[in-house]
Design a protein around this ligand. Structure first.
Ligand code: NAD
Ligand code: UD1
Length: 336
């Protein structure tokens, strides 16, 4: 089997490339490096000892995108490519809708033209919106998203459901990720956002390394055990393994099916802070600040469908997530 990975140089894409190569699956990578760098492409080969074709390509450039399908016999696609910064999406909605939705439409047209009907799509827990009770289950209504980024995920899921209903050849996995963190144990790939991070774990990493002064904890008065926000943090290597399981499952399904990829366990901001202090041996100074607009107090997955149907469950602990995220920072500093 040969799998095209869009966004293969990104955080989750690069870890999934490793998982697939280590399990004997051939891959073709593509990315335009808008939020990543060529080092990740090389690091995947270094970790696995395997070379693979890679295309520096923008999915909005249909001609260049088609060349990948012309030059490779593709059996399935894992579609990670997209813009993902929530705040930026509020400032630049057209850019987000154009990149994420037009890019996906280009991919789907090419897949149909080259008779590739198996797709794994990177969706997000954000599609559950603001009104569902926790834990989130796949059969709950989706929508009610609160920012353009989240809406692109909801719209693309809707497009894929419509496509699968209209054309029975398609087999589509909608993977709803909770909060991916951590890094590969080698420390060679991980999450390295440009600018000041928006997400919790990369922000804490910068405080631990000393480039940011302190963490601003967004809200200490939520109705949660310690008053801070609760999320379902999942190690990116567990997440990568879930993609392989979903890919293998596609043969057994018809149409589109959603699976949550989360641990099913809620962890508070302060629990993450303390685990990171332990893993890094560094203090993480913080202040309790006002709530971030649009944040929910708590959400986490009901992870039972993925366990029953994909035979997948997250295994790695919060300690391992923090250890590996910190190891990636240390290794990155050593190589500079
Ligand atoms: P990432 O930004 O590290 O990876 C996305 C990759 O897509 C980047 O390497 C970027 O350069 C590439 N890309 C973007 N637009 C492109 C284009 N037009 N053509 C070619 N390449 C393009 O993000 P990630 O964390 O690895 O996320 C991967 C996917 O998972 C995204 O679709 C994201 O929305 C989704 N997701 C991520 C999270 C998370 O917390 N990381 C949560 C839920 C869903
Ligand atoms: C955010 C996005 C969500 C996206 C997800 C993964 C918003 C409103 N939601 O979710 O759409 O799918 O990232 O990319 O942006 N926190 C702090 N201080 C910080 C950063 C975060 O206290 O500097 C807290 C937050 O309030 C939250 C928790 O840490 O309680 C996790 O935040 P974050 O990592 O941004 O993820 P989400 O809010 O779950």
């Amino acid at each position: 089997m040969r799998v095209l990975i869009t966004g293969s140089a990104g955080f989750i894409g690069s870890h999934t490339c490793v998982e697939l190569l280590e399990n004997g699956i051939q891959i073709v990578g593509m990315d335009n490096f808008v939020n990543s760098s060529p080092e990740a492409v090389k690091a995947v080969s270094k970790i696995t000892g395997k070379e693979y074709p890679f295309y520096d390509c923008d999915m909005l450039d249909e001609g260049a995108f088609e060349k990948i399908f012309q030059e490779n016999s593709i059996d399935a696609v894992i579609h990670f490519a997209g813009l993902k910064a929530v705040g930026e999406s509020v400032q630049k909605p057209l850019e987000y809708y154009h990149n994420n939705i037009q890019g996906t439409l280009n991919l789907l047209r090419l897949m149909r033209k080259y008779k590739v009907y198996k797709l794994v799509f990177s969706s997000s827990a954000t599609v559950y919106g603001m009104n569902n009770p926790i834990p989130y289950r796949e059969d709950m209504p989706i929508g009610g998203t609160t920012n353009p980024y989240g809406s692109t995920k909801f719209f693309i899921e809707t497009i894929l459901q419509d496509l699968a209903k209209a054309e029975p050849e398609w087999k589509i996995a909608l993977l709803r990720y909770f909060n991916p963190v951590g890094a590969h144990a080698s420390g060679l790939i991980g999450e390295n956002p440009k600018g000041i991070p928006n997400n919790l774990m990369p922000y804490i990493s910068r405080v631990a390394e000393g480039t940011l002064e302190k963490l601003h904890v967004y809200g200490g008065d939520y109705d949660t055990p310690d008053g801070t926000g609760v999320r379902d943090y999942i190690h990116v290597c567990d997440l990568a393994a879930g993609h392989l399981k979903a890919l293998e499952k596609l043969d057994d399904i018809q149409g589109a099916r959603a699976w949550n990829l989360g641990t099913g366990k809620g962890i508070s901001v302060l629990e993450v802070v303390h685990a990171f202090e332990k893993a890094s041996g560094r203090p993480i100074p913080y202040s309790i600040d006002p709530r971030r607009p649009g944040d929910l107090p708590a959400f986490y997955a009901d992870a039972s469908r993925a366990k029953e149907e994909l035979n997948w469950e997250a295994k790695l602990s919060l300690e391992t997530m923090c250890r590996d995220a910190w190891n990636f920072i240390v290794k990155s500093q050593e190589s500079q």
